[in-house]
Design a binder for this molecule. Structure first.
Ligand SMILES: *Cc1c(COP(=O)(O)O)cnc(C)c1O
Length: 430
């Protein structure tokens, strides 16, 4: 099923990218467990290698099961194309790779998943890239941070761990004025709650590990291209606009138009960086996406019930859930994520670091894990785990101070989750 913008989200999450298997009629997308594909003849092989014909060569680049998932995610996000890869962090590198060069920088939100802060503040330096971290509530500061070497602006729609919402319309107005692509990590929101491309995002990245798969089985990532950015408007993005020596001088932007970024991601990114998603992972994620809207509705409903209960509990100092009327981000919910503010938020526990550690150790239904977006409810004390590599200042800026725990609310019975939190808070906070 392709080119079906008139179908609703619930239909597309089940059908987009999939069609009965042409060889067998298999109704579910088969797991094409193969490394290579037989060429019809030598001319066919040459055309594939020259990018003159689209087809399957080798599963580091393309695989039919992965391709079905790519098309499904691109459709749900309203993008022109998508490239799946081995993890969310791989997707971030895959998104930046065609844009960046030594000496170039990105402007990134200070409220990001802890691993992303580490990737951007430490690891990308080895490529000669750098990141400037800015508070994305301060739009003037975002605009001021963009300089001649800036090649992308990066934020999360609903920021991990605090559940803060980014005003994507305001940020994309800034990136449009600067002629710089806006990359939005939509992991915590999913395309069911937020469609960043409709708010001006150029690229959307996902850790499919989280809500898209939804059941904590496989890691994966995806880069969705809106197809709307003019890479050839100036000479800032030569990987996409200038002749590519590895393909006989082909220019991606000229040859592939709105699919330039996607083709580059496969033909250069996956070919040379090799961060490939395997077909088994794509299968699990396709299974998960079929029920995305059903799960997200329940995640949001449970998160709202539990956040309200926690907000009124004297053992809790504050709750950051943007769905609460008390949140400074509540006014952005109808605009940015009209179906709800997700199911990820933090609470400040009275008693600080020690109480947080006791809380995570006392819970019975909630699991203490470094993951989110599972059907199961999860909790983590970020300061001693995911955000451990950050400086205390970075931890606080990221909403992950020592007195903070992050909750990822699952789809269990809300009353059971509340009872679990109640008994564990009783042990943690005296
Ligand atoms: C988990 C996560 C990532 C990294 O994804 P992996 O699949 O673990 O590599 C990036 N961004 C956000 C918001 C995440 O939650």
């Amino acid at each position: 099923m392709t080119d079906t913008p008139h179908y609703g989200f619930d239909t597309l999450q089940v059908h987009a990218g999939a069609r009965p298997d042409p060889a067998t009629g298999a109704r579910q997308v088969p797991i094409y467990q193969t490394t290579a594909y037989v060429f019809r003849d030598a001319d066919h092989a040459a055309a594939l290698f020259n990018l003159q014909e689209v087809g399957y060569i080798y599963s580091r680049l393309t695989n039919p099961t992965v391709a079905a998932l790519q098309e499904r995610i691109a459709t749900l996000e309203g993008g022109a194309g998508a490239v799946c890869c081995s993890s969310g962090h791989a997707a971030q590198i895959m998104a930046l790779f065609p844009l960046m060069a030594p000496g170039r920088n990105i402007v990134a939100s200070s409220r990001l998943y802890g691993g992303t802060v580490t990737q951007f503040s430490q690891t990308i330096k080895r490529f000669g890239w750098s990141a400037k971290f800015v508070d994305f509530d301060d739009h003037d500061a975002v605009a001021a941070a963009i300089d001649d070497d800036t090649r992308a602006v990066f934020c999360e729609a609903i920021a991990n761990p605090g559940g803060h919402i980014t005003d994507l319309d305001a940020i994309s107005a800034i990136t449009d004025a600067a002629g710089i692509p806006l990359i939005v990590d939509n992991t915590s929101a999913t395309p069911y709650l937020c469609r960043p491309i409709e708010h001006g995002a150029t690229l959307v990245v996902h850790s499919t590990t989280k809500y898209l798969t939804g059941n904590g089985t496989v890691t994966g990532g995806c880069v969705v291209d809106s197809g709307k950015f003019d890479w050839a408007a100036n000479d800032k993005f030569p990987s996409l606009s200038a002749p590519e020596p590895a393909y006989h001088g082909l220019k991606f932007a000229e040859t592939f138009g709105p699919l330039a970024f996607t083709f580059h991601g496969i033909a250069i990114g996956l070919r040379d960086l090799g961060m490939t998603m395997n077909p088994q992972a794509a299968h699990y994620t396709l299974m998960g996406i079929e029920t995305l809207s059903l799960r997200m509705d329940r995640h949001v409903q449970n998160a709202m019930t539990i956040a309200k209960w926690l907000e009124n509990d004297p053992r809790v100092d504050y709750v950051t859930y943007a769905g609460l009327d008390s949140s400074p981000y509540a006014k952005l919910v109808p605009k940015i994520c009209p179906k709800g503010a997700g199911a990820l938020f933090t609470i400040a526990v009275k008693g600080g670091y020690d109480a947080c550690v006791k809380l995570v150790d006392s819970l019975e239904i909630f699991s203490h894990v470094a993951n989110l977006g599972d059907t199961r409810s999860l909790i983590i004390h970020s300061a001693s785990t995911t955000h451990r590599q950050l400086t205390p200042e970075q931890q606080i800026a990221a909403g992950a101070g020592p007195n903070i725990v992050r909750l990822s609310i699952g789809i269990e019975d809300a009353k059971d989750l509340i009872a679990d939190l109640d008994q564990a808070l009783a042990k943690a906070v005296s």
